[in-house]
Design a binder for this molecule. Structure first.
Ligand code: G4P
Length: 529
């Protein structure tokens, strides 16, 4: 328990949302509270604009920004907060899924006007799978949004999560007057155009029958609030923190990020109840966060698009012990000891070389091609952190080599880019056809561009008619062998040699499932089993 104090000080989380719900704005406000930035507007939106699908400068700019803001570390009320950024663009969803394996909790931002949107649904599936604790921030209350009860119902039904209101809004849109903090029993008043930065606009109203409430918000709204709070208290009662920590209940806050309203309530609750780094499982045993020996895993690899700077950065999440600069660690997959002379942290968005780091921290390791997503470093023991899934891609294309003189370079490029997690590489079973699978079209452009720029290999892609890659497992080897032989055109191997069935449509997949009850078809695969 050498590092208990350091561990208990840390909270590592990510903000997720559908694009435009307000993630960037909320991030900025949180950083302002943490003193990590001085002015609004300092955090650049990391969105790739919708029209920019073939604009490489835009991709490059985006990648630059996202390295700078990949991890933002700041302190607030003696808590060290590591905020991991997730890409907004849906074509980079796979990156977001993996970032979620490195956090201990998430804040989900929902736009009160649009409610639950497509990308939020998919992200929540990943979160539910991992039972990650979630807090919800319902944003843009200053706009005419959905009815608050309807919103809660929609979120609960759509995301299959139970909510627990922590604050309650008084109207919305131009009539938005503020929120009542149900735990602190105080009224936080909203004045459009003014920014809530301290406690000026907070009025303690422990007894809602007090006439002070009527004075502050008017008789009608005071009466509605009294009714609402009675109802909410009756239905929800006190938040059971353990239910939040197991991912069963999500505390929910109402506010307006752009007005910095309701954000402080969120942050104050966050530092009180959000989990500190927790124990994690590996393929051999559970690793306690309190163990003295250092261990952790790589969840993201970032390559520099500038050909003059071909370095890569591996993002390493520490899970136990103390990480030290220049100390030798064991790279389990490569069975090799390595040390890092320039690991860096992301304190206040400047890249500083660190001497040491603790569980919950993310360090950036300069990499010359040694790392793959999911790689584990230890002090000698052989294990891999589990729970780092690979998801089925959604678009599949055959790689056509346009320059046979550059075959070697192409193979190297494909291997390295897919190690970074830019895309997934499959090889047709019994053949040599290379198939790239991605979540979005944008990645194909990135791959084509990078293969040419970085490896001198020129490729073209032919679209294939598949909709999902399903990893196959079976206890009956013969049945699996037979299936593989009969369905040769639809079977491929992933980079680790695992068999996948490439389904043309849901109908085909269901048919194969029915016809082959001894074979299981999975939409995800564990990096380490
Ligand atoms: P994202 O990272 O989730 O994609 O969203 P982002 O924070 O960039 O916010 C998207 C838009 O919503 C921005 O407007 C932002 O100003 C606005 N916004 C954020 N919070 C609120 C809020 O509480 N109320 C209202 N009314 N708007 C909010 P934009 O016009 O796209 O950009 P900008 O020019 O204002 O920066």
């Amino acid at each position: 328990m050498k590092y208990e104090a350091e561990i208990n000080k840390r909270k590592t989380f990510a903000i997720i949302s559908h694009p435009d719900a307000g993630k960037t704005t909320l991030t900025e406000k949180l950083l302002l509270f943490g003193g990590a930035i001085q002015t609004a507007g300092a955090v650049k939106s990391n969105k790739i604009k919708k029209h920019a699908t073939s604009d490489f400068m835009e991709i490059e700019r985006q990648r630059g920004i996202s390295v700078a803001t990949s991890v933002m570390t700041f302190e607030y009320k003696n808590t060290l907060i590591n905020l991991l950024d997730t890409p907004g663009h849906k074509d980079f969803a796979e990156d977001t899924y993996r970032t979620l394996t490195a956090v201990d909790s998430v804040i989900l931002v929902i736009d009160s006007v649009n409610g639950v949107e497509a990308q939020t649904r998919r992200l929540m599936e990943v979160i539910a799978m991992r039972k990650t604790p979630v807090m919800v921030f319902i944003n843009k209350m200053d706009r005419d949004g959905k009815n608050r009860y309807d919103l809660l119902e929609e979120i609960e039904a759509e995301l299959k999560i139970q909510l627990h209101p922590m604050t309650w809004p008084i109207n919305n849109g131009k009539d938005f007057k503020g929120v009542y903090d149900l735990t602190q029993k105080s009224l936080v008043l909203f004045t459009a155009g003014t920014k809530q930065t301290d406690d000026d606009d907070v009025v303690e109203i422990s007894d809602l029958t007090s006439t002070m409430l009527d004075e502050k918000v008017g008789d009608k709204d005071a009466a509605t609030l009294r009714e609402d709070v009675e109802l909410i208290d009756g239905v929800y009662g006190q938040l059971d923190k353990s239910e939040y920590l197991t991912g069963e209940k999500a505390p929910v806050f109402f506010g307006s990020a752009v007005n910095n309203f309701g954000v402080k309530e969120l942050l104050d609750t966050f530092i009180q109840i959000a989990p500190t780094p927790r124990d994690r499982s590996t393929n051999t045993r559970n690793v306690s966060v309190q163990e003295d020996k250092m261990s952790g895993f790589v969840f993201k690899i970032h390559a520099n698009l500038d050909p003059k700077h071909r370095d890569r950065i591996a993002f390493f999440r520490i899970c136990s012990g103390r990480f030290e600069r220049n100390k030798y660690y064991h790279h389990v997959r490569m069975d090799k000891d390595m040390r890092f002379s320039n690991p860096y942290t992301f304190l206040a968005r400047s890249k500083d070389v660190v001497e040491d780091a603790y569980p919950g921290d993310i360090v950036g390791l300069f990499d010359t091609g040694n790392f793959k997503i999911g790689d584990t470093l230890t002090e000698g023991e052989n294990f891999f952190y589990t729970g780092i899934p690979t998801f089925s891609p959604e678009i599949f294309k055959e790689v056509v080599n346009k320059d046979p003189m550059k075959t070697k370079q192409l193979e190297k490029g494909l291997m390295q880019l897919t190690d970074e997690g830019v895309a997934q590489l499959f090889t047709q079973h019994g053949g040599n056809k290379k198939i790239i699978g991605c979540v979005g079209e944008l990645q194909f452009e990135v791959i084509q561009y990078r293969l040419l720029q970085e490896y001198g290999a020129s490729v073209q892609f032919n679209t294939l008619p598949f909709y999902k890659a399903c990893w196959m497992t079976s206890n009956d080897k013969k049945k699996l062998d037979d299936f593989t032989r009969f369905k040769m055109a639809n079977v491929a191997e992933d980079k680790d040699g695992h068999l996948v069935y490439l389904a043309q449509s849901e109908w085909f997949l269901n048919t194969e499932r029915n016809n082959n009850p001894d074979i299981e078809f999975h939409f995800t695969s564990e990096v380490h089993k």
